[in-house]
Design a protein around this ligand. Structure first.
Ligand code: ZN
Length: 389
């Protein structure tokens, strides 16, 4: 995967900041309380606790406290109700309490866009709609009264996944054809970042080559294709997500090649947005990731490393279903030989385009969906009014 986060704290570092990292890890339960909890050394125990946290959150597991891990860890100790939540432009609140709030909004049918733990404009609007729906003062911030209304209402929704319900509806209303869609292709790395360089191959070049082959095929069937980078640029993931959001893309595909220190690992894997801890994920992302995985495995013979939910920034911050594809291991001699062959890249491109077509044809529509009883809101309103009199 070879996305290197900017290292802030790592093994051997010393200082007051390390002490606060220790207390964050205590709060997340990854570091056991011990006599040396006030130590200011980033020792192996801290690195191990950071790795355990990263593993749980679907972050890159390296034991290094970079910005992504720091943001996730900082937000992890908040529980819904600990603080008043509201949208602060320029300094958006982040944390597990925000994710929990978004989860509840979704389960009640007030879409905050997605459960990403960031209190942005969409979440504020969802809170306002909720407040207006249950007859509370509409201020867009979540204090005791709004929390009480949640507690009363959440019980009445059961079963299935509200995410599935919402996202499938989106695909349905946008029609069953690829014609006229906007697909953003994101060739990994680029600019000063070549990605993995091994076996005579450079990841940033392979991903761009593959993207161009996909582009040719998609353009031919009337799809508008946009790239997140050129042959010479390599923007940050956050910027790539922003570009796709501003383009109002229907789908984003991020292309990478995997690599690992030992040469035996091989195969293709796909990733979609999801946080298993909250039972929150992109249902359409998962569906598309599965379709792409299946097509690539059956057409190329690459080993099947399956589809997985991840909380990665690019997957988190994009507002459309986004799938990251790790198309084989450059570190594996046979995978690398395949990826060096233009005909193989054509087959890969073909498989990905077929998977997109399958999704829009809606061929298997079997996801379980929850039942939201809209009457519950009305009943709640009436009860509130009655008790106020
Ligand atoms: Zn990569």
């Amino acid at each position: 995967m070879s996305d290197q986060p900017v290292a802030l704290f790592r093994l051997g570092d010393k200082g007051a900041a390390v002490r606060s990292i220790r207390s964050l890890l205590l709060a997340t339960g990854d570091l056991a309380p011990s006599s040396i909890e006030t130590s200011d050394i980033y020792d192996e125990e801290v690195a191990e606790a950071v790795r355990a946290f990263q593993q749980r959150r679907g972050l890159i597991v390296d034991g290094v406290l970079g910005p992504h891990t720091h943001i996730a860890m900082d937000g992890a100790h908040w529980r819904l109700g600990d603080r008043i939540l509201s949208h602060i432009p320029g300094h958006m609140l982040q944390g597990d309490d925000v994710a929990e709030l978004q989860e509840r909004l979704l389960s009640l049918g007030f879409t905050p866009d997605r459960v990403d733990g960031v209190f942005g404009t969409n979440t504020e609007q969802a809170v306002r709609r909720f407040q207006s729906g249950v007859g509370l003062a509409v201020d867009g911030s979540v204090g005791p009264q709004t929390l009480r209304a949640f507690a009363d209402l959440t019980r009445s929704v059961s079963g299935g996944s509200p995410h599935t319900l919402r996202e499938e509806e989106l695909v349905k209303t946008s029609g069953h054809r690829l014609l006229g869609r906007i697909v953003v292709l994101d060739p990994g790395h680029g600019g000063g970042d070549a990605g993995t360089v091994v076996h005579g191959l450079t990841e940033s070049e392979v991903t761009l080559d593959l993207a161009r082959r996909i582009e040719g095929r998609l353009s031919a069937i009337g799809v508008t294709v946009l790239f997140t980078r050129s042959a010479t640029s390599g923007p940050e993931d956050l910027l790539r997500a922003k570009m796709a959001n501003e383009a109002h893309a229907d789908i984003m595909l991020s292309l990478h090649c995997d690599s690992i220190d030992q040469s035996r690992a091989s195969g293709v894997a796909t990733f979609f947005w999801g946080l298993e801890r909250f039972g929150a994920w992109s249902a359409v992302g998962e569906h598309l990731a599965n379709l792409i995985q299946r097509e690539i495995v059956s057409r190329t013979g690459l080993a099947d490393c399956r589809s997985h939910p991840r909380g990665w920034q690019l997957l988190q911050r994009t507002q459309m279903p986004t799938v990251r594809i790790e198309t084989g291991y450059l570190s594996h001699p046979e995978d690398a030989a395949k990826l060096a062959d233009p005909a193989f890249l054509d087959t890969l491109a073909e498989a990905i385009v077929i998977a997109l077509q399958r999704m829009y044809l809606g061929e298997d529509d079997t996801n379980a969906t929850g039942v939201l009883r809209l009457g519950d809101l009305g009943a709640y309103n009436a009860k509130q009014r009655a008790s106020a009199e």
